[in-house]
Design a binder for this molecule. Structure first.
Ligand code: NAD
Ligand code: DAU
Length: 355
């Protein structure tokens, strides 16, 4: 028994692999292209662990995926691999279409061929879990009901449109070919190993380095935050007991305005690592808004609670404090990720954005 995990050197994927191997001896083949977002340091505890095989490669490489499926005969594929950052998708959408749409299509094609050629017993047990996002549902107004599994797709950014495209393909492979696919649509994750281009780690690192804390627009956009290890627990349940062909929404039940999240990080840092003069909140800088910025995301996670007994175990305040502590204790990891490429991105994204 083996799992094929794609994108397992990224933020959520590496948390998943580490948690999986802490709880199970079932080996993991981890296919990751090691883009700027993939980080071997996340997987350092598994360096000499025979249960983990890292393969540096592309989900869009059909020969490689075919060879991995033939050699390892996984009982499931969990597809985390993606370009995942909305702002980058605005600057350069092509890579998002290539990996998220064409890459997923390739994985599905190879999975289908592998599944077709398997024994009846292996075919019955096989699962393809596609890790997707709540952003495919578009943007909510303040009084709108939360996203459910039947909310119509309405993606607004090149990132969410590429994820929506991949979700549709995954769904079609179940409907047309009977491949046992499952789709999860999850809200914003936070926690250890998140690349500091996303709001929470960016604010933590900028604050500790005395840099401005960029808040887009009026700061009142709402996200529904979920601690990453709670997401991983939900995925383990979907893999074990989810019904093929189904969609499961996963959410934190923790809607917060961005400005409130930034203030909360500042308050934690004021306590754990006070600045020599002034409060961390003094660093907050409102900057030009993200083009097409979705106003509010919120997930109705009733289905996964009802069917699989999952609910988030970590309160936002607790998870955020743990996350801040994690970054404060990881000077070396941070030095590693704040490389030349990272500096280039920050210079490009935040140049001339002050309002
Ligand atoms: P991430 O950007 O941190 O990691 C993505 C990983 O995929 C990296 O390790 C990267 O090297 C790898 N990758 C990229 N292109 C690849 C390719 N062509 N072939 C193989 N590997 C490739 O992303 P994340 O935040 O960990 O998100 C993982 C998945 O979860 C994504 O599909 C994302 O859409 C989804 N998701 C993320 C969030 C969130 O808040 N971060 C929320 C819901 C869903
Ligand atoms: O909802 C799930 C999605 O959450 C995932 O599918 C994506 O992969 C993930 O990146 C995340 O998307 P967001 O765009 O919501 O996350 P991000 O951390 O980029 O931004 C969170 C909010 O904070 C958003 O409203 C934009 C705002 N923001 C972000 C940055 C980077 C700022 O105000 N300032 C910033 O500098």
């Amino acid at each position: 028994m083996t799992l094929l995990v794609t994108g397992g050197a990224g933020f959520i994927g590496s948390n998943f692999v580490l948690d999986w191997l802490a709880q199970s001896d079932e080996p993991v083949v981890n296919l990751d292209k090691l883009t700027y977002a993939g980080n071997l340091a996340n997987l350092a505890p598994l360096e000499r662990d025979a249960r983990h095989l890292l393969v540096c490669g592309d989900i869009a490489d059909s020969g490689l995926v075919r060879e991995l499926l033939a050699r390892h005969r996984p009982r499931a594929i969990l597809n985390f691999a993606a370009e995942s950052h909305v702002d980058r998708s605005i600057h350069g959408p092509a890579e998002f279409i290539r990996t998220n749409v064409l890459g997923t299509f390739n994985l599905l094609e190879e999975a289908r061929a592998h599944w077709d050629a398997s024994s009846l017993a292996d075919r019955e047990g096989f699962r393809f879990v596609h890790v997707s996002t709540d952003e495919v549902y578009g943007s909510l107004g303040p009084e709108d009901p939360r996203f459910s599994e039947t909310t119509a797709y309405s993606p607004n950014s090149p990132y969410s449109a590429s994820k929506a495209g991949s979700d549709h393909l995954v769904r079609a492979y179940h409907h047309t070919y009977g491949l046992a696919t499952l789709i999860t649509n999850c809200s914003n994750n936070y926690g250890p190993f998140q690349f500091p281009e996303k709001l929470i780690p960016l604010v933590i690192l900028n604050a500790t380095q005395g840099k401005p804390l960029p808040v887009y627009g009026d700061g009142r956009n709402v996200r529904d935050w979920l601690y990453v290890r709670d997401h991983c627990a939900a995925l383990r349940l979907v893999l074990a007991r989810g019904r093929p062909g189904e969609v499961y929404n996963i959410g934190g039940g923790a809607e917060r305005e961005n400005i409130a999240v930034v203030h909360e990080i500042c308050t934690i840092l004021d306590e754990l690592r006070p600045r020599p003069s002034g409060a961390h909140a003094d660093l907050i800088a409102f900057v030009k808004d993200r083009p097409g910025h979705d106003r509010r995301y919120a997930i109705d996670a009733a289905k996964i609670a009802r069917e699989l007994g999952w609910s988030p175990a970590t309160r936002f305040e607790t998870g955020l404090r743990e996350t801040v502590r994690w970054y404060l204790d990881r000077a070396e990891w941070i030095r590693g990720v704040q490389s030349g490429e990272y500096r280039n991105w920050i210079a490009k994204q935040y140049a001339g954005t002050a309002t």
